[in-house]
Design a protein around this ligand. Structure first.
Ligand SMILES: O=C(O)CCC(=O)C(=O)O
Ligand SMILES: [Fe+2]
Length: 335
């Protein structure tokens, strides 16, 4: 049976003021009832070109313990590279539905890669107002071009170009985060897979929604990755949970949004926190985002780093192979 895509539902709901009941969130989740307005504390914005490495390390470590996320500006990726990535992704989602379905994730596939609409078992059978495309972009041995759109024709070249630029940002972030834990520069990277660290790209496509007050894009979650590097489009929608409230993360042109993921919380034995976040949708415009998840190889076991634990600070997390961690999380099995 064909899976109904959110984009198709959105298109057929253009003239109405309702959404199918499976998209209506409980009152505990509805964005109109749960978003904190008024005086809004801001997620830290960090200048990545700061020549003072000590200062940069401190700012990133503080943001990663307190907010579990931050934005970086002056990251070195040319804006043209980002605009091209966005344009190609948008053009893919604007292709006729039959063509997008050629990239659909096969129902029995073990890999997450492909075009799809639903990732996790959702509480109360609710659905998220978002479609997505997943494919690895690095290392070459992990790339399956079957899931890279052939259209637009520029898709492969612009994604390869983005991959080339995003990797140094990922490495630098991991080394600064490593220094922030009092470790050697390369220690964190080595412990998330070294050269085998995977870069998994996701494109989120949030079509306009007639009732953005009732629906959610991606629901509250933390990323399973080590870190996530995200490019948004210009439409506001990312929210972060802090001090028992949901806050909008302000869209900053040209900034990259960095999330601390579960594997970094585990490795750091809780010094860095993984960030609880979700997305809202809007009535008239399409929101899109391009997170890249920096993931350990599936067979690598991740646990608190021995150097960071002692009698006073015993391990708070179990050591687990990354693939087992993912399986438990996707199937909502306690870790
Ligand atoms: O769209 C966004 O800004 C966030 C997306 C996200 O959190 C995810 O795909 O894991
Ligand atoms: Fe996320």
């Amino acid at each position: 049976m064909a899976v109904e895509r959110v984009q198709t539902i959105a298109f057929s709901s253009i003239l109405v003021d309702t959404i199918p009941p499976e998209f209506i969130r409980s009152e505990k989740e509805q964005p109109a009832l749960t978003t904190c307005l008024g005086c809004i504390p801001q997620v830290p914005t960090i200048d990545f070109s700061d020549p003072d490495e000590g200062n940069l390390t401190r700012l990133i470590a503080e943001a990663s313990s307190e907010w579990a996320m931050f934005q970086i500006v002056n990251h070195g990726i040319p804006s043209e590279v980002i605009t091209n990535l966005q344009k190609a992704g948008k053009e893919f989602f604007e292709l006729p539905q039959e063509e997008k379905e050629l990239y659909a994730k096969p129902p029995d596939s073990k890999s997450i890669e492909g075009y799809g609409s639903k990732l996790q078992k959702e509480v109360e059978g609710k659905k998220a107002w978002v479609d997505h495309l997943f494919h690895n972009i690095w290392p070459p041995s992990a790339i399956n071009y079957q899931y890279w759109p052939k259209n637009p024709p520029s898709y492969r070249a612009v994604n390869e170009e983005y991959c080339k630029w995003v990797q140094p940002v990922g490495h630098r972030l991991l080394s600064l985060l490593s220094l922030g834990l009092g470790l050697e520069k390369n220690e964190l990277k080595e412990n998330v897979g070294g050269d085998e660290l995977k870069y998994l790209l996701k494109i989120n496509y949030y079509p306009p929604c007639p009732r953005p007050d009732l629906a959610l894009g991606v629901v509250a979650h933390t990323d399973m990755s080590s870190i996530t590097i995200l490019v948004p489009n210009e439409v506001q929608g990312l929210q972060v949970f802090r001090d028992d409230h949901w806050f909008d993360v302000k869209y900053i042109p040209d900034a990259l949004v960095i999330h601390i993921g579960d594997q970094l919380e585990i490795l750091s034995n809780g010094k860095y926190k993984s960030v609880l976040h979700r997305t809202t949708v809007t009535k008239e415009i399409t929101r899109m985002s391009w997170p890249v998840f920096l993931e350990p190889p599936s067979e690598l076991a991740i646990g608190p780093l021995p150097k960071l634990i002692n009698e006073k600070n015993p391990p708070k997390y179990q050591k687990k192979k990354y693939c087992d961690y993912v399986y438990c999380k996707l199937n909502k099995i306690a870790q």
